[in-house]
Design a protein around this ligand. Sequence first.
Ligand code: GDP
Ligand code: MG
Length: 183
Amino acid sequence: MKTAMRENPTSSIKKILIMGLDNSGKTSIVLCLKGVKNLSSFSSLNPTRGVKINKFQALGSEYTIWDFGGQEQFRDSYLNNFQTHIEGTKKFIYVLDIQDRERYDISLEYLGKIVTLLSKHKIPIDFSIFLHKYDPDLEFKNSKFNENVISDLIRTMKRLIPYNFTYQIYKTSIYTVFQKLAI
Ligand SMILES: Nc1nc2c(ncn2[C@@H]2O[C@H](COP(=O)(O)OP(=O)(O)O)[C@@H](O)[C@H]2O)c(=O)[nH]1
Ligand SMILES: [Mg+2]
């Protein structure tokens, strides 16, 4: 009787996909989600080549996070095989390194392509954009950073995303893992 009641164990596995340019902090975010707290593991990260699948458990569910290494030579092939990768995905995280201002344009272009594919195929998904490396002392340490830079970025981002596409933007940093700030 007990076994008959048991749920299929695979049904509770939630697939999360994380994408963004290389060096934006994707693997670090995966480590944070896995509960790694030792900061030295973050500084010794090597660039992820290709797709890396991580498993972890939290709040009674099992998760698989697909970490897509963001180097240029891989980005187009991910987009060409997008529907295969996206299959069964519950949550999508797009990571943009806000300290990498020289590559805002490239990152926004990549984001635009992803969002266009998702809305074209009408794939319902919980979509989050992480404005990452928003460290607590950022505006203090770097005078070029102020709210205008971020609000310009967000404005450009909103123009790029179709009006009927639902998403959330967060400011994140590995230094404030547990204080994700919704915008
Ligand atoms: N200042 C700062 N650096 C970060 C943050 N997250 C990651 N990094 C650093 O950014 C670099 C690239 O991170 P990584 O996770 O390998 O990026 P990936 O290529 O997108 O997987 C590493 O040196 C990390 O230590 C953050 O929130 N703030
Ligand atoms: Mg990586």
